[in-house]
Design a binder for this molecule. Structure first.
Ligand SMILES: NC(=O)c1ccc[n+]([C@@H]2O[C@H](COP(=O)([O-])OP(=O)(O)OC[C@H]3O[C@@H](n4cnc5c(N)ncnc54)[C@H](OP(=O)(O)O)[C@@H]3O)[C@@H](O)[C@H]2O)c1
Length: 258
């Protein structure tokens, strides 16, 4: 199955890396870039097919639009000239909407709106997705099969994609800050920097895996490691005293109001 990408910057590039990492042949990926040569630079590393012609996307079963807001209108105008029922178009642009895509491309074209986060580059992303109402079960299953190569799909409605995308899309940077802070604390108390990063990163990964595998909510997992009067509950009290929970909620709110 040939996959097309229009735009291969941060997000398009992360998705392409994730696809190739999950076994997709780079020869099955067709990419068109913008004017700054970003896609051409990535092509040297990932060896996908680079094109400047919209005609080359006709043969793509799935076409991913991954350009910024200012290029969206032009890209959809060009796409509307070449897409048919044989193509499915997924926009990962935050500024897209199912209704807007359907209006630009026509009601008969299969569309989906997805908001992935950058861990898609290692196949561990979260991909919020909403579908056009006319989508057949076969098309939906094909799109799900494609997106699931990049991580966990969370189906939602178009109006919930914004907040879902904010929580999943902005928090990798917040989590990087958290990892950095944990490592700083380790270094402050004598751990070598490299070791401090490794410990913080693996702890985060392990904690998330445990939560997913056990299916328990975080309160249950936290309660299990906080003995009465113990060190962990003292640490949690210090977090609360310093507004940790509120800081996270405010960060998501600020990003969402962006
Ligand atoms: N980054 C994220 O974490 C994230 C998460 C979810 C959704 N998104 C969405 O993904 C979209 C892209 O974001 P980004 O962060 O990847 O931005 P970006 O790094 O600026 O990438 C956008 C790319 O689009 C290319 N482009 C511009 N005009 C084009 C055209 N007419 N045809 C083909 N390619 C064109 C640019 O190529 P040149 O550089 O060569 O000009 C650029 O590399 C946005 O709409 C955003 O809402 C991003």
């Amino acid at each position: 199955m040939t996959i097309g990408f229009i735009g291969a910057g941060s997000m398009g590039g992360a998705m392409i890396e994730g696809l190739i990492g999950s076994g997709t042949d780079p020869g099955d990926i067709v990419v068109k870039g913008g004017t700054h040569g970003t896609a051409a630079g990535l092509q040297e590393k990932l060896k996908f097919t680079l094109t400047d012609r919209y005609q080359d996307f006709k043969a793509c079963r799935i076409i991913v639009v991954a350009v910024g807001t200012s290029a969206l209108e032009t890209v959809f105008k060009q796409l509307s000239q070449i897409v048919t029922k044989k193509n499915s178009v997924i926009s990962v642009a935050a500024a897209s909407s199912i209704a807007g895509m359907q209006q630009a491309l026509g009601d008969q074209i299969t569309v989906a709106h997805a908001i992935p986060n950058t861990p898609v580059s290692v196949g561990e992303g979260v991909i919020g997705v909403s579908y056009g109402s006319k989508l057949s079960d076969a098309d939906k299953s094909l799109i799900n099969q494609f997106l699931s190569k990049l991580g966990k799909i969370v189906e939602t409605t178009d109006d919930q994609l914004g907040i879902l995308g904010t929580v999943a899309g902005c928090s990798p940077a917040f989590i990087d800050v958290f990892i950095e802070a944990l490592s700083d604390a380790g270094v402050l108390h004598g751990l070598p920097r490299k070791q401090a990063y490794e410990v913080a990163e693996q702890t985060l990964l392990g904690t998330a895996k445990l939560a997913l595998k056990s299916g328990e909510n975080p309160t249950v997992l936290k309660d299990a490691v906080t003995s009465p009067g113990g060190t962990t509950i003292k640490g949690i009290a210090a977090l609360e005293k310093n507004g940790f929970r509120n800081a996270v909620i405010e960060a998501i709110t600020a990003a969402n109001n962006g």
